[in-house]
Write a protein that binds this ligand. Sequence first.
Ligand SMILES: Nc1ncnc2c1ncn2[C@@H]1O[C@H](COP(=O)(O)OP(=O)(O)OP(=O)(O)O)[C@@H](O)[C@H]1O
Ligand SMILES: [Mg+2]
Length: 243
Amino acid sequence: MTIESPSILPLEVRGLSARYGVVPALRDVDLVLRSGEIVTLIGANGAGKSTLIKAICGLVRPTAGSVRLFGEEVTGLSPDRMVRKGLSVVPEGRRLFPEMTMLENMELGAFARHDAAAVKRDLDRVISLFPELKDRLGTHAGTFSGGQQQMIAVARALMSAPRVLLLDEPTIGLAPAVVDRIADIVTQIAHSGVNILLVEQNAETALAIADRAYILEGGAITAEDTAHALAASPDVQRAYLGI
Ligand SMILES: Nc1ncnc2c1ncn2[C@@H]1O[C@H](COP(=O)(O)OP(=O)(O)OP(=O)(O)O)[C@@H](O)[C@H]1O
Ligand SMILES: [Mg+2]
C-alpha cells in the first residue's frame, strides 16, 4: 500500500468538454472530489450528467480537458483500464444481467482482480452492507424489485474495490423509504473510505448526504458550494427542490 498525501485529489476534472457529433454536451467542466467527500452533481433531464460520468470513466471521449485520479492523468483511458485504476461506476438504469444471479452479477464486478482470497473477503464485506439480500445470492437479478436491483448494482461496483465511485441517479423511480435506504448505503460506503460522486435529479436526498455540490445546466457547471449552502439557495430551491 502506498501512502498518499492528503492534498492529492481522488478525482480532478479540469476543462472537460464533450460532444455528440456537432452537438456540445459538456462545456469546460471543472469538478473535484477531495479525500473523504461525498460530492453531488445535480442537474435536470438532459443537462449532461450521464455524459460527464461517461467522459470521466472512458465511455465517451472528451474533446478537451483532463481527468486525474489520485494525481495521475487518466483522460481517455478505456473503462476497464479505469476500473483497474480504482474507479467504478454504478450506471444509469443499473445495467444488471437479469438472467444471471445476484452473486454472478457481483462476481462480474471483480473481473479485473486476480487475488481470489481478497475477492472473497470483499464479497463477504459487500454482502454485509445489504443484509436484506444476503439469502438471495442465487436468485436471478431480474426478479428483484427496483430498489433491490439498485443495491445489486452498487454491490457489483464495490466488487472492483474502487477508491472512487460514481453513481448515476441511483434513487430514480424508487419509493421514499427505498431512497432513504440507498442514501444510507451511500453514506456507509463513504465512511468506509470510498470517495463518492453522486449524480442526481433528486436534489433533496443528494444534498442531504453530500458534503459539497455542483449544479450542471446545459452541459456547464453553473454553481458550486457546500451542499448545505446550495440547499439554502433560493435559485436551487426553486429549480431543484420544488420550494
Ligand atoms: N448517445 C448520444 N447521442 C447523441 N446525443 C446524446 C447521446 N447521449 C446523450 N445525448 C444528448 O446529450 C445531452 C446530455 O445527455 P445526458 O444523457 O448526459 O443527460 P443527463 O443529465 O444524464 O439526463 P437524464 O437526467 O435524462 O439522465 C442531451 O441533450 C442528450 O439528448
Ligand atoms: Mg443521465
